[in-house]
Design a binder for this molecule. Structure first.
Ligand code: F6P
Length: 489
């Protein structure tokens, strides 16, 4: 939705509390709220790298997390608390949630961050028709500026003298520059969780906006990325558009999976229950009586994850290798994501259509070639991880991809990993994975065949090395390393 450019993002002031030494800012916070029919609020805590990363400094630390209210429940929580959330809802974490006006938020998040910047960094445009930047985009851009300003002002308000501020992602690219102007005393870091676009593709953005975004991030003392490749792409854009990166240091901090958490969580009763159901859905081959092999994928239904080409590769495998009929099941979980955007709703429909087409073409009374689930269920994802013979992770482009770093850690028989060379994780795991060009469905089908046919001892050995590489940089270390580097400046 496009609206009049707001002069301010209309965030009411929060009541004063002591100022923080460490601040994290991200669009999505660690908790979300829903309003029940009776008007009461329920809260749900999220997971992910940032939540575990921040846990490294302990709940007693003088830290605050600044995030946006994403929906009506969050906005109601902000209205009732003034934005400083009840620590009982957040696991003790101090959280300041910003109640940005819904139209401003929608233009900034859906219009600019997800429909423009995400598309640029993941190379998702169908360029004969898009992008196309006119007056409507300029109005959305004004909202993006207002939303970034709301974060910068809240951070300036919350930070103690000389505090360290860790700003996350493409949603908040302008925050470092704005915050630097308000509070020159702060140490500011910016971290990109996405890839960074190659220069020629980055230049699709209007020239002034391309430069404004780079200058915004360069307002930080350090700009950091998940891999060297994305850091170099950023530096190349700065050199080409601005003549250099100025005084900003460029850092690389890979993010791994949290082995202790995953292994413990994957063996709780709710996961065991789901394994029983999944095993029934996978079944045994009617001819050999053996348990069918599994190719597992778990993703948000996100354009960059390349789920449709993954399914088409599996279809190719079944067409080229009839020996796998009735002996393999593709367990594919595609959870809802960004459903406010039409292109995501269409993509979700295409995932379902291709799944049905494969099951219609190859399925029998006793064998469903694809077992697809679309409702988010973390325990069921872990159950699938445990049962994986092959993990399929084939994104068009991905900052890191943590699923590639989770399945080998949890899989019980040590899985083979088919991994896109365009995922950040490929830099650390490429040697023991079967690397694929994500656009090449014939090559991906071949890799799936190789992975399914890999001798068990080779698979086990590779999986051990994959698990070691996947867990080498746990989220706590990822977070502390950034903090240390920032403070050392
Ligand atoms: O990869 C960038 C990122 O912000 C991740 O940190 C996160 O997994 C994903 O995008 C989530 O997107 P959203 O908040 O739009 O669901």
């Amino acid at each position: 939705m496009v609206t009049e450019p707001p002069s301010r993002a209309q965030v009411p002031p929060a009541p004063a509390v002591s100022r923080a030494q460490v601040l994290v800012a991200s669009n999505r916070g660690p908790v979300s709220y829903t309003v029940r029919d009776d008007g009461t609020l329920t809260s749900k805590r999220g997971g992910g790298g940032l939540v575990s990363g921040l846990s490294a400094i302990g709940s007693g630390a003088d830290a605050v997390w600044v995030c946006a209210a994403l929906g009506d429940g969050d906005r109601e929580a902000v209205r009732r608390t003034g934005g400083r959330l009840d620590p009982a809802d957040t696991g003790g974490q101090r959280v300041r949630m910003l109640g940005i006006a819904p139209e401003v938020y929608s233009d900034a998040y859906n219009g600019v961050a997800n429909s423009t910047l995400w598309f640029v960094h993941h190379l998702l445009y169908q360029t004969p028709l898009e992008p196309s930047f006119g007056p409507e985009f300029r109005l959305q851009w004004a909202s993006y500026e207002a939303y970034n300003r709301a974060f910068a002002e809240a951070l300036a308000d919350e930070a103690a003298e000389g505090a360290a501020v860790l700003v996350q992602d493409y949603h908040l690219a302008l925050v470092p520059g704005m915050l630097r102007a308000l509070r020159p005393d702060l140490r500011i870091g910016h971290f990109s969780h996405t890839p960074w676009a190659p220069v020629d593709y980055y230049r699709l953005l209007p020239d002034d906006i391309g430069r404004q975004l780079l200058r915004g991030i360069l307002g930080a003392d350090r700009a950091a990325f998940l891999t060297r490749r994305w850091a170099d792409a950023f530096t190349a854009c700065c050199t080409e558009l601005l003549g250099g990166t100025g005084n900003t240091r460029i850092g690389v901090h890979g993010l791994g999976s949290d082995a202790d958490f995953l292994r413990e969580r994957a063996h709780r009763a709710d996961v065991d229950e789901r394994i029983v159901t999944l095993r029934e859905q996978i079944g045994r081959s009617t001819s050999t009586g053996e348990v069918r092999k599994t190719i597992v994928r778990v993703d948000r239904t996100e354009l960059s994850k390349n789920i449709v080409r993954g399914l088409l590769s599996y279809r190719r495998l079944l067409a080229d290798h009839p020996e796998w009929h009735d002996r393999v099941v593709h367990v594919a979980f595609a959870y809802p994501s960004r459903q406010d955007l039409e292109v995501y709703r269409d993509y979700t429909a295409e995932v379902r259509r291709v799944t049905d087409a494969i099951n219609d073409e190859f399925g029998t009374e006793d064998w469903s070639p694809v077992v697809m689930h679309v409702q988010d269920d973390f325990a069921r994802s872990l159950a699938a991880y445990r049962l994986a013979d092959v993990a399929l992770v084939n994104p068009i482009r991905d900052g890191m991809n943590l699923v590639a770093k989770e399945i080998p850690v949890v899989s019980e028989r040590g899985c083979a990993l088919v991994l896109s060379r365009e995922a950040g994780a490929y830099e650390e795991m490429g040697e023991d994975a079967l690397g694929v060009n994500p656009y090449d469905i014939s090559a991906t089908a071949k890799a799936l065949h190789e992975a399914l046919s890999m001798p068990l001892d080779e698979r086990t050995e590779r999986a051990k090395r994959l698990a070691a590489a996947a867990t080498a940089l746990p989220p706590q270390q990822w977070f502390l390393d950034q903090l240390t580097a920032l403070r050392a400046l």
